[in-house]
Design a binder for this molecule. Structure first.
Ligand code: FE
Length: 339
């Protein structure tokens, strides 16, 4: 009798390890830089035994690669930091519908695809920063106000080939139509302090050093400068204050980082499992604390910097509409002279 315990133990061990072997890896194409996703993926492997093979690159390059590789692609999951790219991947036939009660329960409907092809995992808002010692922002309450001639030569924004600006313009198009949005874009361009150059951090820096007084940027860039280890960047960021546009109107424009399962995924179940892990409390806390993004899941604590900016009303526009309006937004920005 004594000896039978040992074989029984082995049988149990096999029973437990079998499902892990069935899906032992998942291949991720990620437009999110390695440092901002790898620690989470490592935790996933620790918890599930599923190995994650990560390929990082720019969203456009990875999408082109997916298309080129076609049915031979090893990718199971495509991860980006903007809804626009996920929508492009869907339109190119690169994603598949999945059904997950867990994802549908945690992620509000307007932050996921209406056909289950992609899901938002974290949120970022496009808000305003300004130099309070140089500009009095009374009267500046909305994106529309940025077109007021009052702000001539005061505004810094990155170029229109950037998808964040395209998504914002697409959202405005969805809300207010072409005419209003085009005259807004013309007014905004007329108020540029300089020809658009650099990324969002550069707009923040330009505002801090006085090249402009107001800039439109994604929340996490300012948060990372404020909470980061670079004293120079912190000092710049600390000179600025933040303003949430459209609090009386549609709400501040938000975008998502998110992911979708690739159409040919060989490790589909593991990919879904990874998506579900990314909306767990643990992952959502990590997004908030480390990336300074807003959790997609309710009830998760924010980072102290985000906390200090207070609550804001976010635009509830279903993000799949950004894809519908993207091409029109790009043409409109072009006509308005937004370089
Ligand atoms: Fe970014």
């Amino acid at each position: 009798m004594k000896h039978s315990i040992f074989p029984m133990f082995l049988v149990l061990l096999f029973a437990v390890s079998a499902p892990l072997q069935a899906a032992s890896e998942v291949n991720v194409y990620s437009a999110r830089i390695e440092a901002l996703i790898k620690p989470l993926l490592n935790r996933f492997t620790e918890e599930t035994g599923i190995r994650v093979n990560l390929v990082t690159g720019s969203a456009d390059a990875l999408l082109q690669r997916l298309i080129r590789e076609g049915r031979n692609t090893p990718a199971d999951l495509f991860l980006t930091t903007d809804a626009g790219r996920l929508i492009r991947a869907k339109e190119a036939g690169m994603l598949q519908t999945i059904a997950s009660e867990r994802l549908d329960e945690v992620i509000p409907a307007h932050y996921r695809d209406d056909e289950g092809m992609w899901y938002g995992l974290s949120m970022r808002a496009r808000f305003l920063v300004y130099a309070p010692d140089r500009v009095d922002v009374s009267g500046l309450e909305s994106y529309a106000d940025l077109a007021d001639p009052k702000w001539r030569n005061k505004i810094c924004v990155r170029s229109s080939d950037n998808v964040y600006n395209q998504s914002l313009t697409a959202a405005l198009l969805a809300h207010q139509g072409e005419q209003v949005t085009e005259s807004w874009a013309r007014g905004l361009v007329a108020n540029f302090a300089r020809r658009p150059s650099g990324g969002d951090r550069d707009q923040i820096t330009a505002t801090a050093v006085g090249q402009c007084d107001i800039a439109m940027v994604n929340t996490y860039y300012l948060a990372m400068m404020l909470a980061g280890s670079d004293a120079n960047q912190r000092e710049m960021a600390e000179k600025l204050q933040v303003l949430w546009p459209d609090q009386e109107g549609n709400g501040t424009h938000v975008n998502i980082s998110g992911a979708g399962v690739v159409h040919t995924a060989r490790n589909r179940d593991a990919a879904v499992q990874l998506l579900e892990f990314l909306v767990s409390d643990e992952s959502q806390r990590w997004y908030a604390e480390t990336n300074h993004e807003y959790p997609i899941k309710e009830g998760i604590a924010l980072s102290p910097v985000l906390e200090s900016w207070g609550e804001f009303t976010a635009d509830q526009l279903p993000l799949h509409l950004l894809g519908k309006h993207n091409a029109d937004a790009v043409r409109l920005m072009d006509r308005a002279g937004w370089q």
